[in-house]
Write a new protein. Structure first.
Length: 228
C-alpha cells in the first residue's frame, strides 16, 4: 500500500478495514516530521515506514496519538523517535496494560475479529504509554510548518486529541466523530460540541481514522446528520 499525498506537506498511509488499521498521518517540516497515530501493531507501523522510505520521506521524529484505542496506539513500542499523548490517553493505556497483565492477552483478542486478524501471525502484544504527555493545547513548529495539538470533547472517547497542520489547513480527527465502542452509540451533545470545534478551525480538509479525507463542511454535515 502506498502513501497518499493530501497537501504539499501532508500525507497519510491509508486505512484497511479487514484488520481495522486506521489512517496513519504524516506531516513534514523543513527540520523534522511528525506522525499522527502509531498504528495497530509493529507490523502496521513497519508497513507505514516502508511506504515512507519508498516515497523518499524521512521517518518521523515524533508520533502523536489521537486517542488510546489499540488500533491507533499499540505500535508505540515500535515507532521511530519520541511519542506524545494526552495525559488521559496515557492513563487509559496503563490501565489496559494492567488488565492484560492480570487476565492475559485473550482479553485483548476477544475485543473484535479484526484484532485477532492483526495478531494472527503471533506478533507480541506490547502496550506502552507515550514518552511525553500534554494537557489542553500544544503548538510545535516542524520548520516552516506549524502544528497545533489540542484536546476536544468528542463522542468516541474521553481522551480525544486533534492535530492540525495549520498552514496546510488539515485537521486529523482520529476516531473523534465515531460513537462509543462497541455499541457505536453517540452522545448528541458531544457530537455537537465536536462539530462546533471543527467549525471554528481554519481548515480545508478533515481526515478521520478510518475514512478518506473530506472537506470541513462535509465533515460537519456528517457529524450533525448522525449525531443520534
Amino acid at each position: 500500500m502506498k502513501l497518499k499525498q493530501l497537501t504539499d506537506r501532508v500525507w497519510y498511509f491509508p486505512f484497511e478495514e479487514e484488520r481495522d488499521r486506521p489512517n496513519l498521518g504524516y506531516i513534514r517540516g523543513d527540520r523534522w516530521s511528525l506522525a499522527v497515530d502509531a498504528g495497530h501493531s509493529g507490523a502496521h507501523v513497519q508497513a507505514f515506514y516502508e511506504a515512507l522510505s519508498e516515497a523518499g520521506l524521512p521517518l518521523p521524529a515524533l508520533t502523536v496519538l489521537t486517542h488510546w484505542h489499540w488500533d491507533h496506539s499499540f505500535a508505540l513500542h515500535a515507532v521511530h523517535g519520541l511519542s506524545l499523548a494526552g495525559e488521559k490517553t496515557n492513563r487509559h493505556l496503563l490501565a489496559f496494560r494492567e488488565e492484560i497483565a492480570r487476565k492475559g492477552p485473550e482479553v485483548f483478542f476477544s475485543l473484535h475479529a479484526s484484532v485477532r486478524k492483526e495478531y494472527a501471525g503471533g506478533q507480541p502484544v506490547v502496550v506502552r504509554p507515550a514518552d511525553m504527555t500534554y494537557t489542553g493545547e500544544m503548538r510545535l513548529d516542524l520548520g516552516n510548518c506549524p502544528v497545533r495539538i489540542f484536546e476536544a470533547e468528542a463522542p468516541h472517547t474521553d481522551d480525544s486529541t486533534l492535530i492540525e497542520a495549520t498552514a496546510e489547513k488539515v485537521l486529523f480527527l482520529g476516531d473523534a466523530d465515531c460513537g462509543v465502542f462497541p455499541t457505536w452509540e453517540k452522545d448528541p451533545a458531544l457530537s455537537r460540541s465536536l462539530a462546533r470545534v471543527i467549525a471554528g478551525e481554519d481548515v480545508r480538509y478533515c481526515l478521520e481514522g478510518h475514512w478518506t479525507a473530506v472537506t470541513k463542511e462535509e465533515e460537519i454535515a456528517e457529524i450533525l446528520s448522525a449525531e443520534g
